[in-house]
Design a protein around this ligand. Structure first.
Ligand code: AKG
Ligand code: FE2
Length: 428
């Protein structure tokens, strides 16, 4: 096979001993999608070196969804509680402040989760990870927010198409082709057509099934400001703790307030500018894995606004993958990974090297106090392999499910009590 010419796309890897640049020199890239030259030159750089960047002039209509986000959080408390995520085994619905955690620490945010709206298929006789499947959403009452459901669906359709465009652009970059751009990016044809375009050799086709192609997950998030005393009680300004997403996320700032921070590959935390109507694009762990570490998955977190500052509203859209994809398919990655030329290989090798450093920096930055009891229990959990230690045949559905249960333990206890028992047994 002819080696692809990647000279236009791949920035030369810096030597591993490269010292970190000064903080002010690190700025999250902003890419204007209406400027084709910018896309062709900046996008590969943003994908490989950052894994996290901002896009503007993307062509997606965001006015309606931003207005709906504000309305959603103004719903009376009893209506929010009636939509509580604990009422729904698919983890769709409302999560109150402090009910979700990152790595065991409560997040100071409230949110609503919506996803593919499928008929109820709950089967109590199935084991937990098979009981967990997308099902019906919990929509807000139509007389309180008219048109919410259809607006959500239109937004999800538009985002899916944008996501599929990115899949093709990423395929272009990985295969050494110049990115092929169309005019009118936000208003494209059927996403199924985009994926099966013969040009991209169906690079990502096997990671998406019909359900994943018909819409991802939309989250509406509110970070309330907290005064110093409240923060003192919680001990942190954690809106959401450091984590990585799954595949590709597009985050919309619904009211233009700052708070999102991403970790640069040197371990430093950088603020992402809340440019009005922009999307923050974030590469997730599975996408990093299937590209053999050529694309970078970035840790990110949200910091609570301080008292006196406005609340912060965001709308992340998460692309979904087929639940049947296995860990083996993710770790094995794409065939192109074996075919990439020496230059790209060097880049990936360098990436893996810095990754180790990056992860150590993250651990150092987020480690709980040494004396904390949590550390002891974490140690004993690590010492014993949990019964569900992922195998290569483990499906994404199961991994996703485990993540959901660990972030929202109150929902797990209600609908999947076996899991809680299994965890206790692991920890004994
Ligand atoms: O709202 C934000 O700024 C970040 C949200 C996020 O990273 C997430 O929900 O995965
Ligand atoms: Fe995230």
């Amino acid at each position: 096979m002819m080696e692809p010419d990647l000279s236009h796309a791949i920035p030369p890897p810096p030597p591993p001993s490269d010292p970190p640049p000064p903080l002010e020199a690190l700025v999250v890239p902003v890419i204007d999608l209406s400027d084709h030259t910018q896309v062709k030159t900046l996008l590969p750089h943003a994908l490989f070196e950052w894994g996290n960047f901002v896009i503007i002039n993307h062509g997606i209509e965001v006015r309606d969804i931003k207005r709906l986000a504000a309305q959603l959080f103004e719903l009376p408390g009893d209506v929010k509680r009636a939509m509580g995520v604990e009422e729904n085994p698919h983890f769709f619905g409302y999560t109150a402040i402090g009910q979700a955690t990152t790595e065991g620490t409560p997040d100071s945010r409230e949110d609503f989760d919506f996803g593919n709206d499928l008929p109820c298929n709950w089967d109590a006789a199935q084991p937990p990870h098979l009981r967990y499947r997308p099902g019906p959403n919990q929509w807000p009452p139509d007389h309180l927010i008219p048109g919410f459901k259809s607006a959500c669906k239109s937004y999800s359709d538009a985002m899916m198409k944008l996501g599929m465009r990115f899949m093709r652009w990423i395929a272009d970059v990985l295969q050494g082709r110049e990115i092929a751009l169309e005019d009118n990016i936000g208003n494209t044809s059927d996403p199924l057509e985009i994926l099966s375009d013969p040009l991209d050799s169906s690079l990502f086709e096997r990671y998406f099934d019909h359900s994943a192609k018909s819409g991802g997950r939309i989250k509406f998030v509110r970070y309330p400001p907290a005064d110093a005393e409240e923060l003192h009680g919680v001990g942190s300004r954690q809106g959401v703790g450091p984590h990585r997403d799954l595949w590709l996320t597009f985050l919309l700032h619904a009211n233009d307030q700052p708070g999102l921070e991403v970790q640069s590959r040197y371990g430093t935390w950088l603020q992402v500018p809340p440019i009005p109507d922009s999307f923050v694009v974030t590469v997730g762990q599975a996408l990093e894995s299937v590209t053999h570490g050529v694309l970078l998955a970035t840790h990110h977190r949200a910091v609570t606004p301080l008292a006196g500052a406005p609340e912060r509203l965001t709308i992340p859209y998460f692309m979904d993958l087929s639940g049947d994809v296995t860990l083996g398919m993710i770790k094995g990655g794409l065939k192109v990974g074996e075919e990439i030329n020496q230059q790209l290989y060097e880049w990936a090798r360098w990436r893996r090297w810095t990754d180790g450093q990056r992860r150590r920096a993250i651990l150092a930055a987020t480690a709980p106090p040494v004396e904390s009891r949590d550390t002891e229990s974490a140690k004993s959990t690590l010492a014993k392999e949990p019964a569900w230690l992922p195998l290569l045949s483990t499906t994404l559905r199961e991994l996703h499910f485990r993540g959901m249960v660990s972030r929202r333990p109150h929902v797990g206890r209600k609908w999947y009590p076996e899991i809680a028992n299994e965890r206790n047994a692991d920890e004994e």
